[in-house]
Design a protein around this ligand. Structure first.
Ligand code: NDP
Ligand code: 2IT
Length: 445
């Protein structure tokens, strides 16, 4: 297999899917050598079967807004690969959602889920529905209309959706309710459910906590303590807030958070009280991060991301794809950043990734660092199957173990000649090998 040939062919066939091609290109470039050590993979044209999703389900979602107007959105579910377990992955509601973005996310999810050590295939779904400014009833009607179409294609052992951007506990609750009504079963076909109906303790915290656990593993390889380190976080949603929460618990200084309007800068680090304010602001009032700056009188950079102006030792991008470009990476490196651990999926552009790796800093790609979320989703599925609920301590201990295991796999497959761990290569090769072997064993499907 020649990675460039495969990519050029995919580029010809899917010319309007830049995010998908970006994600595929990064993976293929790093697994090429490992792949070519197995001539049987090439005989089975495994690579093409791994890059092209098993199926794409797309549909119109029609719903009625509060003014009585009929609204139409697109709905999708990309079932990418189920070689190692049922399709599994989140649902994103954001105005920018299109097939390319969901294909990149489903592709990445396949490798991430493989790394978790649990039995989950890769999928992603979503809609170009924009939840901003919608009433609770509009959100409910949209979720119901989305599931009225999707419910036939999902199930506890076929495809298990969860949250992502714009989809949290409230939306999962409405979608699960509608699913249950249509399918007439109570089997837990979603994860991220409320604790009263089959949810798992620590699932809301899992992605952010898991990213911090992964970061601690990376820092330990260089004997660095997290205490008093200044950490710049982007985003202020589920992943960003629980990342900040854990960092504050550990004595680090969270110096920034952001949303799509701008960035707050708190050089001495957020206090616990300020963090609680952000939780309330974002989850209860659904307000803007600017309101934090107004409340506490801190600096606010309108229309900016954190990377250029915030002084930090560590960066944890936790908002969205391609939110940290080459210039941002160079600015971070110039001020001596020691680690970048990605909460979001593919937040760094290829140029930025190259900069981090060339500079030999600790750099963890999202598919390794943010795998804690889907890992605890896997644990939620296990609890639902057993019809049991585990304690927060049990789930947290399992999460820590899984993140340590992913870190170990990255080291095993990502060590370079100079001793540097290339976590991108490590995560891609480790994730790929397991899926490839499972696909080989199951024949051409
Ligand atoms: P949320 O919807 O809870 O929060 C998203 C945050 O990112 C908000 O602050 C939002 O700002 C900001 N954001 C979203 N889109 C953009 C954009 N285009 N430009 C600038 N800012 C943006 O989502 P999550 O926290 O769940 O997800 C964040 C990232 O983490 C995503 O990349 C997701 O795929 C990834 N992830 C999520 C997991 C989970 O369990 N939830 C698991 C693993 C990865 P605003 O409110 O202004 O839109
Ligand atoms: O990107 C991700 O890993 C998620 N949004 C979580 C997926 C899940 O099934 O919990």
């Amino acid at each position: 297999m020649k990675a460039t040939d495969v990519i050029n062919d995919l580029r010809r066939r899917f010319p309007n899917e830049p995010e998908y091609l970006q994600a595929v290109e990064e993976v293929l470039n790093t697994i090429e050598d490992a792949y070519n050590e197995h001539p049987e993979f090439e005989r089975y044209n495994l690579i093409e079967r791994l890059c092209i999703p098993d199926r794409i389900i797309s549909f119109r979602v029609s719903w009625v807004d509060d003014k009585g107007k009929v609204q139409n959105n697109m709905g999708y579910r990309i079932q990418h690969n189920n070689a190692i377990g049922p399709y599994k992955g989140g649902v994103r509601f954001h105005a920018s959602v299109n097939q390319s973005i969901l294909k990149f996310l489903a592709f990445e999810q396949t490798f991430k889920n493989s790394l978790t050590t649990l039995a989950m295939g890769g999928a992603k779904g979503g809609s170009d529905f924009n939840p901003k400014g919608k009433s609770d009833m509009e959100i409910m009607r949209f979720c119901q209309a989305f599931i009225a179409e999707l419910w036939r294609n999902i199930g506890p052992d076929t495809d298990v959706p969860a949250g992502d951007i714009g989809v949290g506990g409230r939306e999962v609750g409405y979608m699960y309710g509608m699913y249950k009504k249509m399918a007439r079963e109570n089997t837990g076909t979603f994860t991220g459910k409320g604790m009263e109906f089959g949810g798992s303790l620590i699932r809301p915290e899992a992605t952010g906590y898991g990213n911090v656990y992964f970061l601690l593993n990376m820092l330990a390889t260089r004997g660095i303590d997290i205490k008093d380190k200044r950490v710049a976080i982007s985003g202020s949603g589920n992943v960003a807030t629980y990342t900040a929460d854990k960092l504050i618990q550990l004595g680090a200084k969270v110096v920034s958070m952001s949303d799509s309007d701008g960035t707050i800068y708190v050089p001495d680090g957020l206090t616990r009280e300020q963090m609680d304010y952000i939780f309330q602001l974002k989850n209860v009032y659904r307000g803007r991060i600017r309101e934090f700056a107004e409340e506490y009188g801190c600096e606010y950079f309108e229309g900016e991301r954190p990377w250029q102006r915030v002084k930090c030792d560590i960066a944890m991008p936790s908002a969205t794809q391609n939110e940290l470009d080459g210039d941002d990476a160079r600015a971070l490196l110039k001020q001596g950043v020691i680690a970048v651990s990605e909460g979001a999926n593919m937040p760094s552009t290829p140029d930025a990734v190259r900069e981090f790796i060339n500079a030999r800093i600790l750099y963890a790609p999202g598919k390794a660092a943010n795998a804690g979320g889907v890992s605890v989703s896997g644990l939620e599925m296990a609890q639902n199957s057993q019809k049991l609920v585990w304690t927060a301590e049990e789930v947290d201990a399992k999460l820590r173990q899984i993140m340590a295991n992913i870190h170990e796999q990255c080291q095993k497959y990502g060590k370079e000649a100079d001793g540097y761990t290339n976590y991108v290569r490590g995560a891609n090769v480790a994730g790929f090998m397991k899926v490839a072997k499972a696909m080989m064993a199951q024949g051409i499907l």
